[in-house]
Design a protein around this ligand. Structure first.
Ligand SMILES: Nc1nc2c(c(=O)[nH]1)N[C@H]1C(S)=C(S)[C@@H](COP(=O)(O)O)O[C@H]1N2
Ligand SMILES: [Mo]
Length: 220
């Protein structure tokens, strides 16, 4: 049994230790692989399972109450219910996951709506240079607009043929395979396009503002 206070403590401890890692530059090998000569980025280890990482709170989202909003510097701001979102074209994606805590998981089969398709629907203004993801647990993370618009980026609703579980960010999470996995917001509910950058939860706590695993952009 955990009450609110226990959860608060677990969360704080977890956040503090990760922040300390960032300060110390732990896990850095100093041997970038910018040409992607290996499948495994520097300092990573392959895992066969799929670890769960979050702030210690996994929001229980009632499907009827779920919403996805895309707003900010867009010509056509949109809000989707889960039913409407699932009616958008769902495509298949295949990608590797690289987490800053050193695990990588190969060949993940995703299903979901491509970020490019979403962006075509909302019509971002030319001044929109950055995107921030907001999640149901209060988490945020930021990427440059062109990173979000990469062809392998999606809002995933299924993994390995099954609906995405609550522990991994279901019903819908962002997947940005080219960056470390902290940029892939679980339980996403709002995407905000903006002219200026606004660093997210881990980015203000010592993580790198970008997050390229091949350059070991772990910490700032
Ligand atoms: N909403 C939300 N998204 C999040 C996080 C989080 O705490 N909350 N953690 C990030 C981090 S640090 C990682 S490594 C991945 C972990 O995703 P997984 O639990 O599905 O492996 O989610 C990312 N997205
Ligand atoms: Mo992470």
């Amino acid at each position: 049994m955990t009450d609110e206070n226990d959860e608060g403590r677990i969360k704080d401890k977890l956040i503090r230790s990760k922040q300390d890692w960032a300060k110390e530059g732990r896990l850095l090998t100093g041997m970038p692989d910018e040409r992607h000569a290996n499948r495994l980025p520097p300092g990573q280890k392959e895992v066969k399972n799929w670890p769960v990482l979050d702030l210690g709170v996994q929001p229980n989202i009632v499907p009827q109450a779920w919403r996805l909003t895309v707003g900010g510097l867009v010509g056509n701001p949109m809000v989707w219910t889960l039913e409407e979102f699932m009616a958008l074209p769902q495509e298949e994606f295949l990608s590797d996951i690289h987490c800053v805590t050193q695990w990588s998981r190969y060949d993940n089969h995703w299903r979901g709506v491509s970020a490019r398709h979403l962006m075509e629907l909302v019509k971002p203004k030319p001044e929109a240079r950055h995107a921030v993801f907001h999640s149901y647990d209060g988490y945020t993370t930021n990427v440059k607009r062109e990173m979000f618009e990469a062809p392998n980026v999606l809002l995933a609703s299924a993994w390995e043929g099954k609906p995405l579980g609550r522990d991994h960010g279901g019903p819908v999470r962002v997947v940005i395979p080219d960056w470390y996995f902290w940029k892939s917001a679980k339980w996403v509910t709002r995407i905000e396009l903006a002219q200026d950058d606004s660093p997210g939860f881990w980015e203000v706590r010592g993580y790198h503002n970008e997050g390229d695993p091949w350059k070991e952009e772990r910490y700032s």
